[in-house]
Design a protein around this ligand. Structure first.
Ligand code: UDP
Length: 429
């Protein structure tokens, strides 16, 4: 991918600006480290930003840390505790966490000009910093963490030359180094987001037994309790129970819904819910939540729970594009790239009123923010009943993403930060 390929989306000026900042950074060595190549938003972002940084002249590498099941169980506990769950963090857990980071410090060449360490799993690598400037790139909501755990983490974070968070409210008073706010972004040219033919979209839906002619409500997410897949099924069932014969006026307005007499007689069966997810290698709770979700879904043949392979980007793209409404009913959410992806595809998104979702969905304009199952069900019904409104919302949503959440903006933000760090003599380690 060349940076010029993005001109049709963001214009020549933005691309020229990126090229001009990168002039000062040519041939610098950059390393990104996280804990998985597959599944979840961080991997999704790195898959695009790493080649793009290379294409503009920075020598950029992406490495992951290796860990066993016990390590990832501990870091998942960290994740949940940072999101406020009351979890006892024992000294044994801390020791194991530090030990795995130590082993990885020996496996990875950390001697680079700039190192981006993503999220808490590899955070302790900072203890093995040799040269260069190190940034902790945090993708989660750290506004209200479990205090015991945080007391430990902040000591490590303080050794970094800077920290990058998604949103203003994630900035920390107890970190004294420079803090930068960089919301994530999506790549319009990736398989996940590129335009697709109608035929491919239909074929993909049919492959998974989803009827392209009936309304489809979709949530794409790792199977994680904070994504609330069970809540999504409950909201769907509630919406379905309230659907009335008259709602077909809304549905009939769209050509694709060829409603025949059989369906009218079974009108309550008109809506379909699709829960698409995969398992991330750094998320040991996924399997359990997946089985709970299937169990909840078994009574309704219009609820499709799909466990897709980690490289099914194009199929996920097709399912998002073939959907009538995208939902992301998260209880906690760092940013919510699935919201960005849905909006980019011109869909109205119903999202949990939390974290980065609040910054993406302008309530009532580019989608709806909801706080509980009842509200989610109401908004599903509202959007099903009002095709013009959902189309207008979808258009606005796409434009909002184009202006604010495409990868070129994030790349530019990163380059500006690297430039600041390069010029700053400060190093806190
Ligand atoms: N994703 C995927 N396959 C799945 C589930 C999610 O490719 O089975 C992708 C999804 O399209 C999005 C990212 O993973 O790009 C999830 O990012 P988000 O910020 O929504 O949530 P996170 O998983 O990072 O908490």
């Amino acid at each position: 991918m060349r940076i010029e390929d993005y001109i049709p989306f963001v214009g020549k000026e933005t691309v020229e600006e990126i090229k001009s900042i990168s002039e000062n950074l040519k041939d610098y060595e950059v390393l990104h480290i996280n804990s998985t190549y597959i599944g979840g938003g961080v991997a999704e972002l790195l898959r695009s930003i790493v080649p793009l940084m290379n294409s503009i002249g920075l020598k950029t590498e992406w490495k992951i840390i290796q860990g066993d099941d016990e390590f990832f169980k501990i870091t998942k506990n960290f994740h949940n505790a940072i999101h406020g769950e009351n979890i006892e963090i024992s000294q044994n857990m801390i020791n194991k966490y530090l030990e795995v980071n130590k082993v990885n410090a020996e496996l990875i060449n950390l001697d680079k000009d700039f190192v981006f360490v993503h999220d808490p799993q590899p955070l302790a690598l900072i203890q093995y910093k040799k040269n260069g400037k190190w940034l902790w790139r945090c993708h989660i909501d750290i506004s209200n963490p479990n205090q015991n755990l945080w007391n430990f983490l902040i000591k490590l974070i303080s050794k970094y030359d800077g920290m990058i968070v998604h949103l203003p409210e994630y900035k920390r008073q107890d970190y004294i180094g420079p803090q930068f706010i960089v919301p994530p972004s999506i790549d319009p040219l990736s398989e996940k987001n590129i335009e697709l033919s109608e035929d491919y979209i239909e074929d993909t839906l049919r492959k998974y037994d989803i009827d392209p002619e009936r309304p489809i409500i979709t949530q794409v997410s790792r199977f994680d309790k904070l994504k609330d897949p069970i809540g999504v099924i409950k909201a769907f069932e509630l919406a379905k129970s309230r659907i009335r014969m008259i709602d077909f006026h809304g549905l009939l307005d769209e050509k694709k819904f060829a409603i025949d007499i059989f369906r009218i007689l079974k009108y309550k069966e008109v809506l379909q819910l699709v829960l698409v997810g995969g398992l991330a290698s750094d998320d040991p709770e996924g399997e359990k939540i997946f089985y709970e979700t299937i169990k909840k879904a078994t009574n309704d043949r219009n609820v499709h729970v799909l466990l897709l392979p980690s490289d099914a980007h194009k199929e996920i793209n097709a399912i998002q594009r073939g959907s009538t409404i995208i939902i992301q009913k998260s209880i906690k959410e760092g940013f919510g790239l699935t919201v960005t992806e849905g909006m980019w595809k011109g869909k109205p998104v119903i999202g949990g009123k939390t974290g980065g979702i609040k910054y993406q969905i302008i309530d009532g304009e580019t989608g709806f923010l909801v706080s509980n199952i009842r509200e989610a069900a109401e908004k599903i019904l509202y959007l099903i009943r009002n095709p013009d409104i959902r189309n207008k919302m979808g258009e606005k949503a796409k434009e909002h993403v184009r202006k604010n959440f495409l990868i070129t903006r994030q790349l530019r933000d990163y380059l500006k930060i690297l430039k600041i760090l390069k010029e700053s003599p400060l190093s806190s380690s």
